[in-house]
Design a protein around this ligand. Structure first.
Ligand code: PMV
Length: 337
């Protein structure tokens, strides 16, 4: 390919997701083949908008996140995905990546999921690599495991698969099939101490991880059925159990990982007590201190008001079920667009 004048570009948008049945631990850390299957919901209204431009005159890959140069580790991780796309496309051009999140990076919402899903879609589209949804989901998985679940829309299941080829995510119910809301309760916006890549690699050191992994098909089946039946009580019972199980593994890893803060636990307890009093809400917590409280749309005002009244709560954000990652015409807004 002639260097110098060549340019390929595209933009894509992806939503982050919240897992109801969590992914924690890998069978293969490089390929990010998960120890267990997982189920999540995409988060409408929260999005990463990414533009990728491959250009003959660039001498290196560049990554801008929210208008700032990304650190070296971030660039290396993005370059690995770009290398995969370059190989598929048969090109050798470097790229400039501009990524804009409409939510704060440290807000307890996994930006790596929407970030790598948007990058996979924008980069492959820019160089004319035609991947189907499964192929895109696999590519996104290589960047960040949970990113594979941000490619399809609505309620999504990631199959563990036998290997790289068949470990990808599929939609199990469309966004509008159930009016569910994630009320994201921010108790801290400090950056997390241990990133999930390191956390995954420690999962196997907990004596509880094999038990958690072995029990996953049961939890997945209950969760799937609750989504199909729009059965909130069924969902609540398994979502909280699954989150507690993952944190039990984290807390018993060597070294142990404690992501909760006092306010995290306080919110969890308050939600359980409120449910016993009739408020149909349940909690789930990722690798950070903030709490995701799920409820049906009909009681979101009541639920948000209740959560905002709890001590230690800084802010409550709300997200409905979001659609799939998509290619868009525009560039992300920001100083470098
Ligand atoms: O995709 P990662 O490596 O950021 O891992 C995500 C891990 C959890 O958010 C804690 C669970 C999940 O399934 O999303």
């Amino acid at each position: 390919m002639k260097m110098g004048m060549v340019t390929h570009s595209a933009s894509a948008i992806a939503h982050p997701n919240i897992a109801f049945i969590k992914y924690w631990g890998n069978r293969d850390n490089t390929l990010r083949l998960p120890a267990n299957g997982s189920i999540s919901m995409n988060l409408e209204g929260l999005e990463t908008h990414t533009r990728v431009e491959f250009e003959g005159s660039f001498s290196t890959d560049e990554l801008w996140i929210n208008g700032r140069h990304a650190d070296e580790a971030g660039v290396t991780r993005a370059s690995r995905m770009l290398d995969e796309v370059r190989q598929l496309a048969g090109i050798r051009l470097f790229a400039r990546v501009e990524s804009q999140n409409n939510f704060p990076l440290a807000a307890g919402i996994a930006s790596s999921a929407s970030g790598f899903a948007a990058l996979a879609l924008a980069a492959s589209h820019a160089c004319g690599v035609e991947l189907d949804e499964a192929g895109l989901s696999r590519l996104a998985r290589h960047g960040s495991g949970s990113a594979c679940r941000s490619i399809p829309g609505g309620f999504v299941e990631w199959m563990t698969g036998m290997g790289d080829e068949d470990s990808y995510a599929v939609s199990i119910a469309p966004p509008r099939s159930w009016d569910l809301v994630d009320c994201i309760v921010l108790v801290s916006i400090d950056p997390k101490t241990t990133g999930s890549s390191l956390g995954h690699s420690l999962a196997g050191t907990s004596p509880l991880q094999p038990v958690r992994v072995e029990d996953t098909p049961r939890r997945l089946a209950i969760c799937r059925k609750a989504i199909m039946d729009r059965d909130f009580s069924g969902l609540a019972s398994i979502v909280e159990e699954d989150s507690n199980l993952m944190h039990a593994v984290m807390m018993t890893s060597r070294p142990p990982l404690f992501y909760w803060q006092p306010a995290t636990f306080l919110v969890m307890q308050a939600v359980r007590e409120a449910r016993a009093q009739g408020l149909q809400a349940c909690y789930t917590v990722d690798a950070g201190p903030n709490v995701h409280v799920l409820c049906e749309g009909a009681i979101r005002q009541e639920t948000v008001k209740f959560l905002e009244s709890l001590p230690g709560v800084q802010e409550v954000r709300q997200a409905e079920t979001g659609g799939p990652a998509r290619v868009v015409d525009s560039s992300p807004a920001g100083p470098h667009s």
